[in-house]
Design a protein around this ligand. Structure first.
Ligand code: COA
Length: 150
């Protein structure tokens, strides 16, 4: 996941410790999380090693705050984009959030991230505001989006 994130400048960036924390056992201090991944069977490596190995194509991370979910990150490997992988991940996340009585999904995204913004719009997310200079390196405003189920 870290490797994929590093190759995607537009993605949200976290430290190795933050990634580790996501997989730590849940306790009352930690929010409930979804970590969804898409893997691809790697035929070449399967021939040269004894066990099956899979390449990570994409992931999505979200956490719960009461009946709302924050979509924290969604990343698809550059060579796998525009093939519906992001759509699959987002659809699965929305289905699961709804099944857990979630009523709202919210997120923020770099203003210049037209691909992600188009994806969110396609799913019915609406723009709810902006945060000036929210992102560092490079500095940029964040656009806020929200999707309400009912
Ligand atoms: C945003 C991202 C996850 C989309 O994943 P994807 O697998 O390419 O998306 P899909 O193929 O499912 O595309 C779904 C829709 O998103 C929109 N979209 C995706 N890429 C787009 C692009 N480059 N330009 C314009 N619209 C785009 C389109 O509406 C598309 O529907 P269409 O193909 O019918 O036109 C991917 O571009 C990515 O990983 N970007 C880098 C990381 C990132 O920016 N994450 C968001 C952090 S908030």
């Amino acid at each position: 996941m870290i490797e994929l994130e590093h190759k995607s400048p537009a993605a949200a960036h976290w430290s190795t410790q933050q990634y580790g924390g996501m997989f730590a056992n849940r306790d009352s201090e930690r929010p409930e999380r979804f970590i969804l991944v898409v893997e691809e069977a790697d035929e070449v490596r399967m021939e040269t090693t004894s066990g099956a190995s899979h390449r990570l194509l994409a992931f999505l991370v979200a956490h719960r705050i009461d009946n709302e979910w924050e979509l924290e990150n969604i990343v698809v490997a550059a060579e796998s984009r525009r093939r519906g992988v992001g759509t699959r991940l987002l659809r699965e996340f929305l289905d699961q959030a709804r099944a857990k009585n979630g009523n709202t999904i919210f997120l923020e995204v770099r203003q210049s991230n037209h691909a992600a913004r188009a994806l969110y719009r396609k799913f019915g997310f609406v723009e709810t505001g902006a945060r000036k200079g929210y992102y560092p390196t490079p500095p940029e405003d964040a656009i806020l989006y929200r999707l309400t189920f009912y």
